[in-house]
Ligand binder design. Structure first.
Ligand code: BYC
Length: 327
């Protein structure tokens, strides 16, 4: 849960003008090579700032949008215990968005602008939240597969070079570890339950396999940003390396739980231990991340509605005058 008092709510740092200064660039890359963290007031190349802002903003958007599919299921959770756990998880995801927008703000972009860009569809968020959550089985898969993929991704990115992002991710991964346990527990209950429950889980598994494969981004040879992000220590492992780490951890569990994996050609390379997958439909991926997935319009419409309906709260907070300190 987010404790407001713990949030780094100090004034925004001055943003030094990042120019192309060859000497400063050499010094900057030397710091990256020594494994030093870059902090908000430090000199950084303009592209480092731009790339990080894009990446963290998209990540923050994903946490906020990711609260919607599970949030819709809170009233329909099958027991009080499951409902409590889901409420806590959804609240955490919104808290993660708060940490991340704050980390992105340290690079100089105001949060209001980032929210505006999310709501008007000009800033991306994770492909996976544009698919429907049709049954309770989908909630199991989001908690297990998507949170599992997120733990793999965020544990790697938490070792990255930008201090505020790395620290936010460290905290987020602690919480995601609980989300993963919650998702796994729901999945095990369904996978070891009645025939109806097993079918529900398998059908949801079929729906989430391909979006989960896409979660780590396009294959390395098609990735636009990996090169520079890797060079500057923001992204310690590539999209394919992250995907492989997920497969190594999760495929054995999928088999153990009796899931029938929809990729019929999935196989393990006996030499390397890597899982060789059939590539997902990357044209579908492009459509989904550019606003034309099965649920993009509904999800953004709901986010806009929530934003509009909570405007009274923002107005009240803006007008709030702190009480004088007690004598
Ligand atoms: N979805 O050059 P590439 C959560 C875009 S929430 C959408 O490889 P990059 C949770 C990419 O942005 C946490 N777009 O990019 C919440 C780029 O487009 P632009 C979700 C994607 O940045 C609630 C283009 O494709 N996790 O866990 O090097 C409930 C080319 O890609 C995706 C994150 O947000 C995608 N999957 O690396 C449950 C992770 N993949 O900007 C759970 C943070 C790629 O040129 N993000 N694109 O227009 C990252 O780690 C990296 O951005 C990626 C891609 C590994 C995803």
């Amino acid at each position: 849960m987010v404790m407001m008092s713990e949030l780094p709510l100090g004034p925004l740092p001055d943003v030094p003008e990042a120019t192309s200064d060859p000497e400063a660039l050499i010094a900057f890359e030397g710091r990256i090579a020594r494994g030093e963290r870059i902090e908000p007031g430090d000199w950084m190349p303009a592209d480092y700032r731009r790339q990080l802002t894009r990446l963290i903003q998209q990540h923050a958007n994903s946490e906020l949008m990711g609260a919607l599919p599970e949030g819709m299921w809170i009233p329909f959770a099958p027991s009080f215990k499951r409902k409590l756990a889901l409420i806590a998880k959804v609240q955490d995801e919104v808290g993660h968005a708060l940490y991340l927008y704050r980390a992105a703000e340290t690079l100089g972009k105001p949060r209001t602008q980032m929210i505006e860009e999310l709501l008007n569809g000009t800033s991306k968020y994770s492909n996976v939240f544009n698919y429907p959550a049709e049954t309770w089985g989908d909630i199991a898969m989001i908690g297990w597969l998507i949170d599992g993929a997120a733990v793999v991704n965020q544990t790697i990115m938490a070792t990255g070079s930008y201090g505020p992002y790395a620290r936010a991710l460290k905290r987020i991964t602690y919480e995601e570890a609980f989300h993963l346990k919650q998702g796994y527990d729901v999945t095990v209950a369904l996978a070891t339950g009645t025939q109806l429950q097993r079918d529900m889980a398998q059908e949801a598994f079929n729906r989430w396999w391909w979006p989960t494969m896409m979660f780590f981004g396009p294959p390395d040879k098609q990735s636009v940003h990996t090169g520079i992000l890797h060079r500057w220590g923001v992204k310690p492992k590539s999209n394919d390396e992250q995907r492989q780490e997920f497969l190594r951890k999760f495929v054995p569990k999928m088999i153990e739980l009796g899931f029938d994996i929809p990729d019929k050609d999935l196989r393990k390379d006996p030499q390397t231990g890597d899982w060789i997958i059939t590539q997902p439909d990357w044209d579908e991926f492009k459509r989904v991340i550019n606003g034309d997935g099965p649920m993009n319009k509904e999800r953004l419409a709901l986010r806009r509605l929530i934003y509009d309906e909570s405007s009274w709260l923002r107005t009240a907070l803006d007008r709030h005058v702190p009480l004088p300190a007690a004598a």
